[in-house]
Design a protein around this ligand. Structure first.
Ligand code: DON
Length: 352
C-alpha cells in the first residue's frame, strides 16, 4: 500500500516536472509556420495609410513613408523577415535603451535609478513639465532614461575622458548589440543638430537641477548623434534578440551585457518604452518595447524572440502605426506575451 502510494507520488512528481519543463522551453515551431505569421502581418498592413512621418526633424519628413520591414530572431537564432529589412532609418529614441544598458552594465542598476529614476512620467517624450513636476512636486529623480530629459542625462553618464571616447563607447555598444558596425546618418545628424533647441534647453535644465554633472552641451550633442545612428529592421531585431536571450548576441555569440542586468533594461522598456502609450501597449502585448520617431519599434519576448519593425508613419504619441499593429499580431499568434501562461507555471514547491 505504502509502496504503491510512493510510486503514485513519484509518477505525479515526474508529470509535474515534465509539464514544468515543457512550459520552460519556448514553443518549437517549424520555421515555415513562423514565416507565414510574419508574412501575414506584412500583407495585412502593407497598404495601411494611417499616420504621418515625424517632421519636427526635417530629415525625417523626407523618408519614404511606404518603407516597411519586419524582422524577427527566434530562440534558435533564425532570422525571419518580410518586406524591406535592408534600408536604414535613424534609430532615434530606440538608442536610449542601449545607452541605458551601457550605463547599467558599467555602473550598476542603482546608478540609473538614483540619478534619473525608473518611473513613467505619463507625459510626452520631450516634456519639460515632467522635469519641473519631478523636481518641484515629486521632489526627486522620478523620470526615466527613455524620455529625452532622462536620456540626455544617461548619455552624460557614459564614462570617457573626451567626447570621442564617450562616443566610441556608445557606438561600439550599439554595434555589439546589432552584431555589425553601425554608423551615423550624417544628414539626419545635421538636420537634428540644427533643429534641437528644445533638447538643448532640456540638457541645460537637467544641468541646472544637477541631474547632469558634466558639460550639458556635450551631452546633448552626443545624444543627438546617437539618435542619428542608421539601422535597418534586421539590425533592430538583432538588438532586441540580444536582450531577449540574456544579453548575448545570438549571431555573434558575444555577451554584450551580463544576463543579470537585462531585467533592469526590460523593466524600463515595459514601463516607458512607448511613452504615454506604454500602458496601452503593455495591456495588449505584455512585451517590453521601444519606439523611435524614425519609424522603428523593437519588442522583446524574453527567452522567446526579439522582433523589430520599421515603418515611418507615426501616431500622435510618436509611435509607428504599422509597427505597433504588426508586432502585436505576430506576438499574439506566437504566444509572445510573457504574462499569458496557459499551462501550470514551472515554479512549484515540494510542500515541505
Ligand atoms: O530627441 C528627439 O526628439 C529625437 N531624437 C528622438 C525622439 C524619439 O524618437 C521619440 N520617439 N518616439
Amino acid at each position: 500500500m505504502k509502496t504503491h502510494g510512493r510510486r503514485t507520488l513519484a509518477i505525479a512528481s515526474l508529470a509535474t516536472a515534465l509539464i514544468a519543463a515543457v512550459t520552460l522551453v519556448p514553443s518549437i515551431r517549424a520555421q515555415g509556420s513562423v514565416q507565414s505569421v510574419v508574412d501575414g502581418a506584412f500583407a495585412k498592413y502593407k497598404n495601411l495609410q494611417e499616420g504621418k512621418n515625424a517632421d519636427y526633424i526635417p530629415a525625417l519628413a523626407k523618408v519614404d513613408p511606404n518603407l516597411f520591414g519586419i524582422a524577427m530572431v527566434t530562440a534558435d537564432g533564425k532570422v525571419i523577415t518580410a518586406g524591406d529589412v535592408k534600408t536604414e532609418v535613424s534609430i532615434q529614441s530606440i538608442s536610449k535603451v542601449f545607452t541605458m544598458a551601457r550605463v547599467i552594465q558599467d555602473q550598476g542598476p542603482d546608478a540609473i535609478e538614483k540619478t534619473i529614476g525608473v518611473d513613467a512620467t505619463g507625459m510626452r517624450f520631450n516634456s519639460i513639465v515632467s522635469v519641473e513636476f519631478s523636481k518641484k512636486v515629486l521632489g526627486g529623480p522620478e523620470l526615466n532614461a527613455l524620455v529625452n530629459p532622462g536620456a540626455i542625462t544617461a548619455t552624460s553618464m557614459v564614462q570617457g575622458a573626451t567626447s570621442d571616447e564617450v562616443w566610441a563607447k556608445i557606438i561600439n555598444t550599439y554595434s555589439d548589440f546589432a552584431g555589425r558596425p553601425l554608423s551615423v546618418l550624417v544628414d539626419v545628424y545635421k538636420s537634428e543638430s540644427d533643429s534641437n533647441q528644445r533638447n538643448q534647453a532640456i540638457g541645460m535644465l537637467m544641468y541646472a537641477y544637477e541631474y547632469i554633472k558634466s558639460n550639458p552641451a556635450q551631452a546633448t550633442d552626443l545624444y543627438t548623434r546617437q539618435c542619428s545612428v542608421g539601422v535597418n529592421a534586421k539590425d533592430l531585431a538583432m538588438m532586441a534578440a540580444t536582450l531577449a536571450f540574456g544579453g548575448r548576441n545570438p549571431a555573434t555569440k558575444k555577451q554584450v551585457i551580463s544576463a543579470d542586468n537585462v531585467p533592469y533594461v526590460l523593466a524600463v522598456m515595459a514601463t516607458a518604452g512607448l511613452y504615454d502609450d506604454s500602458g496601452k501597449w503593455l495591456y495588449h502585448t505584455g512585451l517590453p518595447a521601444k519606439s523611435g520617431v524614425g519609424g522603428g519599434i523593437i519588442a522583446v519576448s524574453p527567452g522567446n524572440f526579439g522582433i523589430a519593425v520599421v515603418s515611418p508613419p507615426l501616431d500622435d504619441a510618436g509611435n509607428s502605426i504599422r509597427a505597433q499593429r504588426a508586432i502585436r499580431d505576430i506576438s499574439t499568434a506566437l504566444h509572445g506575451n510573457p504574462y499569458a501562461v496557459q499551462q501550470q507555471r514551472p515554479v512549484a514547491t515540494s510542500g515541505r
